[in-house]
Design a protein around this ligand. Structure first.
Ligand code: UD1
Ligand code: CA
Length: 454
């Protein structure tokens, strides 16, 4: 059956005190709305309709996905009015699920269960029991315990305010019912808004059963209205990521000081020290040690690698048993074979480094191809940029590059070749030869250091 998922995201989010639309604020590096869209996309063949209002254009440009369409709600007249904007686009023979752009942690399982409970005589409603239900719509049940209505805080009687079961806002029902019932909702209430929650009493009058469901945790249905709530959800999310990493066989120095902003796949027996940040898609093998304060973005790291403190690794691939850092910066397109060493204050970019090669200190190596067992001395720079174009440096197996060498690309240093320290190499060095551009040292015996005048 066709499934339509309508995500309400028109609100301004005044309490965020931000020029950015609320649903574009990030949780774990992804906009809130993107989390909801990604959860919605777990439903096979669902069409996703996002109702935008404030910052509609910016929202449209920032959040993407297959089968995703945007509808604008120019004036925000209430949740029923928001869904009404999407109503003409729904597949009348299917089911519609309503989600919220500022409730980011809704799970795929809950969504599946919500859809599962809908039939042509029943709708589903996600509710939660809260110790402090203030502000939420209360779930009113009849003497048989069946849901009768939802009453908003501002419209509730003293007795209704005591009810601790509240509406999360998430509901699902046959699309044709939604299309038929929405226009019946009025705005005669304390807020003068069109309440989607009125759909419940309409459904009841039509002989529908309202099936309720609880989320696995209250955080799953928590909305973000201000930055404190955003941070609370971020920390909840990160605690769960940390628990997952540990369950998968990784040791964390401090489970409160690791952040995963994307997907992190791991083998086992990795040790992750404090303040590690993983962004985008990162894959770790097994038996890896990651030192303190490392940032790893969209990279794959092989078994047995050691990444020492304060290293930044972006869009790189690192072979087995390599040793990186401390203070190394691997930029995009860095591909290191097994057992490579990249030491402190080394920057690499778009480079292939063969097995066992070493770039141990203070170097910039970019647009380069290095063979196996190359030794790059301290202070070596590949001069890859002539101010307009980038050029390549090629270094053969077993080559030895002396310290403080400038390799002016395009240039090739052959297999087994040597470059003397302090050279500026702008012509190829053949296999097995020594390239040297250093001026001959002179000794000046009668030279005196200047002395202070006056
Ligand atoms: C709503 C529910 C309430 C529930 C609570 C859960 C109604 C009438 N009430 O109340 O029962 O307990 O959510 O958080 O539905 N939105 C639009 N267009 C609009 C109005 C709202 O897109 O015209 C969006 C908002 O951006 C927000 C969501 O819908 O993401 C909920 O709207 P909000 O005004 O916050 O509803 P609540 O008063 O919190
Ligand atoms: Ca709200």
């Amino acid at each position: 059956m066709a499934t339509d998922i309508v995500i309400l995201a028109a609100g301004k989010g005044t309490r965020m005190k931000s020029s950015l639309p609320k649903v574009l604020h990030c949780l774990a590096g992804r906009p809130l709305l993107q989390h909801v869209v990604d959860a919605a996309r777990t439903v096979d063949d669902a069409s996703i309709l996002v109702v935008t209002g404030h910052g509609a254009e910016q929202v449209r440009l920032s959040v993407r996905g297959d089968n995703l369409r945007y509808i604008e709600q120019t004036d925000q007249l209430g949740t029923a009015h928001a869904v009404l904007q999407a109503a003409p686009l729904l597949h009348s023979n299917g089911i519609t699920l309503i989600l919220y752009g500022d409730v980011p942690l809704i799970s795929a399982e809950t969504i599946a269960q919500m859809l599962h409970k809908v039939s042509d005589r029943s709708m589903s409603l996600l509710t939660v029991l809260l110790a402090d239900p203030a502000g939420y719509g209360r779930i009113v049940r009849d003497e048989n315990g069946l849901v009768e209505a939802i009453v908003e805080q501002k419209d509730a009687s003293e007795a209704q305010l005591q009810i601790s079961e509240v509406n999360t806002g998430v509901l699902a029902l046959p699309s044709k019912c939604l299309q038929e019932w929405l226009p019946q909702i009025g705005n005669e209430n304390a807020q003068g808004e069109y309440y989607l929650t009125d759909i419940i009493s309409i459904a009841r009058s039509a002989g529908f059963r309202v099936e309720t469901l609880h989320p696995e945790s209250a955080e799953e249905v928590e909305g973000v209205n201000n930055r404190l709530q955003l941070n609370n959800l971020e920390r909840y999310y990160q605690r769960r990521q940390a628990a997952k990493l540990m369950a998968e066989g990784n040791t964390l120095a401090d489970s409160a000081r690791v952040d995963v902003r994307g997907t992190l796949q791991t083998g086992t027996d990795n040790f992750i020290d404090i303040n590690a940040i993983f962004e985008g898609d990162v894959v770790l093998g097994s038996n890896i040690k990651i030192g303190p304060n490392c940032l790893i973005i969209n990279s794959a790291i092989g078994d047995g690698v050691e990444i020492k403190a304060n290293s930044v690794i972006e869009e790189s691939q690192i072979g087995k048993n390599a040793v990186i850092g401390p203070f190394a910066r691997l930029r995009s397109g860095t591909v290191l074979a097994d057992e490579v060493k990249v030491g402190n204050f080394v920057e690499t970019k778009k480079v292939n480094v063969g097995k066992g090669s070493k770039i141990n200190h203070l170097s910039y190596v970019g647009d380069a191809e290095l063979g196996e067992n190359v030794n790059v001395g301290a202070g070596t720079i590949t001069c890859n940029y002539d101010g307009v174009n980038k050029h390549k440096t090629t270094i053969g197996d077993n080559a030895f590059i002396g310290s403080n060498t400038a390799l002016v690309a395009p240039v090739t240093v052959g297999n087994n070749a040597t470059v003397g320290a302090g050279s500026t190499i702008n012509k190829d060095v053949p296999d097995n030869e020594l390239g040297l551009t250093r001026a001959t040292q002179r000794i000046i015996s009668d030279w005196k250091r200047p002395s202070k005048k006056g």
